[in-house]
Structure formats: C-alpha cells, structure tokens
Design a protein around this ligand. Structure first.
Ligand SMILES: [Zn+2]
Length: 439
C-alpha cells in the first residue's frame, strides 16, 4: 500500500547536521504533520505519495537557521544612526525615539517586516526581546515564523511593584499558548537597567516557574567596569551569586567574559548569543570565542537588532566571525566552516535546549527546512557544502523555506506576506520617524 504524506522534497544535497554529520545525495525527505518522518534513497520514492512534491535538484537542503538574539521591532531604525558608540546611539537616538514612537501598530508592522526578512534569509526561529510582545507573536505567526518573545524588564522608577513583572509574564505565557509557533522568556534587559533587588526577584520567578531568562550581558567595557566598581564582581559572577544560573539563561553578547566566566557558563545550562556584526559596528569588541570553545560554553549566533547590525543575515555573521577569530588567533584552522554552521543549526538548538525539535534534518524533528539554490556562479563549483554556506553563499540564495511543514518562502517569494505592502509600511514609518527627529 502506498503511504500518503503532506510533502516530499526530493534530490539536492541534503546537509543533515545530524550526529554523524551525514551529507546525502539522491535521497528524499518525507514530511507529515509538520514533522520529518523519513529520509530515504530515491530508489524507494515510488512507494510514497504526497500532496506536494518539491524538486530540490541543484540545491543544498539544510535545516532552517536559528537566530539567538534579535529586536524585530527595531527594523524601522535601520541605518538611522550609524557610526556611534553604544551609549550615544542608545541614549541620544534609540531610547528617545522609542519613547515617542513605539506603540502596538509600530511594533506589529516593523515585526512583520523583520520576520519577512529573516524568513527570506533562511531563519525559522528567532529569540526576540522588546516591548508589546503580543504584537510580535501575532506578526511572526502571520509570517509563518517561530518566535520566542520576551518583554524587556527595565526599572524605570524606584518603588515599582515587582509582582507586575510576574503577572505580565504569566499573561504572556498564556497568550503564547494560542500560537503554536510562539513561546516566551523572561527578560531582565541588562544589569545596568535593573537593580540588584529586582534581578534577585526575577531570578526567583524564573526558578519558580521554570522560565528561560533572556538578557544582555557583558556587551561593553563600560558595563564590566561599572559592575566591578559597584559590586566588586564581574557581570556573570554577580548574576551567578544572585541565582541566575539556577535557570536556563540566554545571554546576548558576552563580549567581556573572562575565561573563568566562560568556564562557569560551560558548567551551566546557559548559553551565549554571539552578535559579532553588532559588536564590531558599535566597536564594543568581540566575544572570547577561543575561551568559550575551551570551556565548552554553549553558544549560538544572533543578529541583534538591525539598528545596530544592519541586517538579519546569519550566514554573514558566520563568515565575519570565522574570519575574525582565525585572524585574532593567527590560526586558519580555528572555527572550521562545518563547526561554524553547526552554531546556527544543530549546536544552536542544543545550546538553547531545543535539539529534540530543531537544528537537524532527521526523522522526528520539525520540518524546518531551507532549499539553497546552487546553480549560479557564486556557488560553483561545490567541493564542500559547509565551505559554500559559510564563505561563498549569500542568504539571498534561499529559494524555499519551510517552517513546521508549511512553506513560508517559495521561489524567493514570501508565502504569507505581501512584500510590496511591507515596503509601503516601511516608507510610511520612515516619514513618521524623520518628522519626530525634525528632519
Ligand atoms: Zn540586543
């Protein structure tokens, strides 16, 4: 009897990213109910039928990528204030504009734009931190993308009722339950925007409810020096003493981590989201990748917001990071392409505790799959698919992107969003922003 499936993707070069790092030719992928059910040799194809058959000839077939740190609603700030240090950039541009402009509509439309951009770049899940998280969930779900949202907790005045943060997070958790592609984390914004008392309270809530914590950490030298002056400890040591490492944490940046802090992280369930492009552009520095690898610190890659990056392109992050650290370590063998690519797929999923679902193409995992077109000058000839992905290809080569068994991008076009409407909205908000800053 012929078995029926939702989708079959046949041919191409399947880069599984499974434990044996198998790369398969002349195979096909069986998909049903949003999951991969089998990867079999093409000779057996006649035994199976599907609603839809996609030919992946001439493509690399890869797991969709995971973005470990973003601020989707900042998409409309792209290129607005470049070439500035972080404190000036935040204090003089981003925060004043956010205070005046950010409302639910802004967040929703900017998130739709950012989600469309990420999907077209082969990203199926992002860990986002911002405000109005419900609108980000709605936008990403409409785009057909996974998102883990978190509402940034910032202590704006003394005497705040901390219980509100617990209540808001419980409400957000309940809200996300209605969206199969969405989840949430608790997000103390940073050690410099929350008091010790608040951080202790939030760590307690995270432990009590088993919430993931998503937080900025050790992004700049100033953050490190202020922490040493105020608390006599480095930032991660400070957080560890408050009880943060009892929970699963995702720390964005980690630029100024010491080898000892890397070791402490390596023994925890927590991970770093490395944001090389953003850190380089704001001249904050770069994460100590050699120390992190030596101490088995779990890490993934994040784009950060486009206001500081200025794109949402993980292949570019890999290329920049690999080359930067080869040069820094005077070692061309440092972070080989295969290992680098794992940190946006299999190793990223593992770092984030999602390897039961994402990060590789194998039976039982979610059908989050990209078909990357190789029949072009930029990708020929191909001796090694990992080398192609990290050093040669561009994210614009993602031809088709599937998330949870449904196409979100097909033949380079977004399936669930109208790109011309996204462009019109971007222009509309650009005019609002220019008016606000008096230009
Ligand atoms: Zn950030």
């Amino acid at each position: 009897m012929t078995e029926h499936y939702d989708h079959i993707i046949k041919g191409g070069t399947i880069v599984t990213m499974d434990d044996s790092m198998r790369v398969l030719q002349d195979h096909f992928i069986l998909i049903r109910d949003a999951k991969i059910l089998g990867i079999l040799p093409l000779a057996e194809l006649s035994k199976y039928k599907a609603e839809e058959l996609t030919d992946a000839s001439g493509c690399l077939v890869i797991p969709a990528m995971i973005n470990a740190h973003s601020h989707l609603p900042m998409t409309y700030f792209r290129g607005l204030a470049d070439d500035l240090p972080l404190d000036k950039w935040l204090g003089e541009y981003i925060w004043p504009l956010e205070a005046k402009l950010i409302d639910e509509d802004f967040v929703y439309h900017a998130s739709l734009h950012g989600a469309g951009e990420m999907l077209k770049n082969g990203i199926s899940l992002t860990f986002d931190m911002y405000f109005h998280s419900e609108k980000i969930v709605e936008a990403c779900s409409q785009a057909g993308m996974r998102v883990n949202v978190s509402s940034a907790v910032i202590e704006r005045e003394e005497g705040m009722d901390y219980r509100l943060f617990e209540r808001d997070m419980l409400l957000l958790e309940e809200f996300c339950q209605a969206y199969p592609l969405a989840d949430c984390s608790l997000a103390p914004h940073a050690i410099y925007t929350c008091s010790e008392k608040l951080l202790k309270t939030l760590a307690g809530y995270a432990a009590k409810h088993d919430w993931r914590i998503h937080m900025h950490l050790s992004e700049t030298r100033a953050e490190l020096e202020n922490c040493l002056a105020q608390h006599g400890k480095r930032p991660l040591d400070y957080l560890a003493d408050i009880g943060f490492l009892d929970s699963r944490c995702l720390f964005a940046h980690g630029v100024w981590l010491s080898p000892k802090e890397c070791e402490l992280l390596g023994k925890s369930r927590s991970a770093i989201a490395i944001c090389t492009d953003s850190n380089l552009k704001l001249a904050s520095g770069f994460a100590p990748l050699k120390d992190m690898l030596e101490h088995q610190t779990a890490f993934a890659f994040g784009s950060d917001g486009v206001a500081s990056n200025n794109n949402l392109d993980l292949l570019e992050e890999l290329s920049t990071t690999a080359k930067l650290h080869k040069a820094l370590n005077s070692d061309p063998a440092f972070l080989p392409a295969r290992e680098a690519f794992a940190h946006v797929t299999s190793a990223a999923a593992e770092a984030l505790g999602l390897d039961h679902l994402l990060g590789s193409l194998e039976p039982g995992k979610a059908a989050d799959i990209c078909l990357v077109e190789q029949r072009n000058l930029q990708s020929s000839p191909c001796y090694n698919p990992y080398s192609q992905l990290v050093y040669a290809m561009g994210s614009h080569q993602m031809r088709d992107v599937m998330v949870a068994g449904a196409w979100a991008v097909k033949d380079y076009q977004l399936c669930n969003l109208d790109e011309s409407t996204l462009l019109e909205q971007a222009e509309f908000y650009k005019q609002r922003i220019l008016k606000e800053i008096g230009k």
